[in-house]
Design a protein around this ligand. Structure first.
Ligand code: MG
Length: 249
């Protein structure tokens, strides 16, 4: 069942997701060569607490940190580490969740570290474009599969591959609610979209094969062939006037 939110619940979700937007906006200034993923994590935790929210990922199924920090061939769920220093030319995906008055915020962005290759920058741009193409379809009367198919079409036009093992999701009082939002066209019509649904849309793409595996830390998902990966996520409310991106300042 897809849970529709009341206006009061949407208000709380707007605040939860505004906090995510602030974190994803402000963290950019400390993503530099030499910074450790642990330092980014500490910074984010402090700022989430300052904004009267709680980190959502820390403790979630035993995840040890506030941020998922996924560098280069790491797709998602990278664990921040004291000895993981960012290097010039890396790209890093930051995924962050918080809980504000029992409601979840969730968003992700991929950032360049110093000067990156044009291929990396094109991969990131395509992933971002596909996210916004998907969001455009998050409208009353459309189907979940319209979001998936728009992302698929955008990514395929550039010859990148879509990670298939991970998906977007509904969000609310739980981090992951129905519906599951595939990032590719599976050929099946999904459920109809209605106003007051809240969705976290999050394409993950790669410049190599879409095959992924999980490392021995039981969390970090990497591309099997070592290819680069990008990940962007917005949490969106469907309104009578179209999609409202809540994770945007
Ligand atoms: Mg998510």
């Amino acid at each position: 069942m897809i849970i529709l939110k009341t206006d009061r619940e949407l208000k709380l979700m707007r605040e939860a997701n505004r906090i995510i937007a602030v974190i994803l906006n402000d963290i950019e200034s400390i993503i530099n060569p030499g910074a450790t993923t642990y330092e980014l994590d500490q910074w984010a935790e402090t700022h989430i607490l300052d904004m009267k929210a709680k980190p959502a990922f820390k403790g979630y199924r035993g995840f040890p940190a506030t941020l998922c920090t996924s560098v280069n061939n790491e797709v998602v769920h990278g664990i921040p580490l004291k000895n993981r220093k960012l290097q010039d030319g890396d790209i890093i995906g930051i995924d962050v969740g918080c809980i504000y008055k029992n409601f979840y915020g969730d968003g992700a962005w991929t950032y360049p570290v110093g000067d990156i290759s044009s291929d990396a920058s094109d991969l990131m741009g395509t992933c971002r474009d596909s996210l916004y193409k998907g969001i455009e379809q998050a409208r009353e009367g459309n189907r979940v599969s319209d979001i998936s198919n728009a992302i698929d079409k955008c990514v395929r036009s550039k010859d990148y591959e879509i990670i298939r093992d991970l998906t977007g999701h509904g969000i609310g009082r739980s981090l992951h609610e129905e519906p599951q939002i595939l990032n590719f066209n599976c050929g099946i019509k999904g459920p109809k979209l209605k106003a007051n649904m809240t969705l976290s849309i999050e394409p993950m793409i790669t410049n190599g094969s879409y095959e992924v595996k999980t490392l021995d830390d039981n969390w970090t998902v990497v591309t099997v062939d070592g290819s680069l990966s990008a990940h962007y996520e917005h949490t969106v409310a469907i309104t009578e006037n179209g999609p409202e991106i809540m994770t945007r300042l």
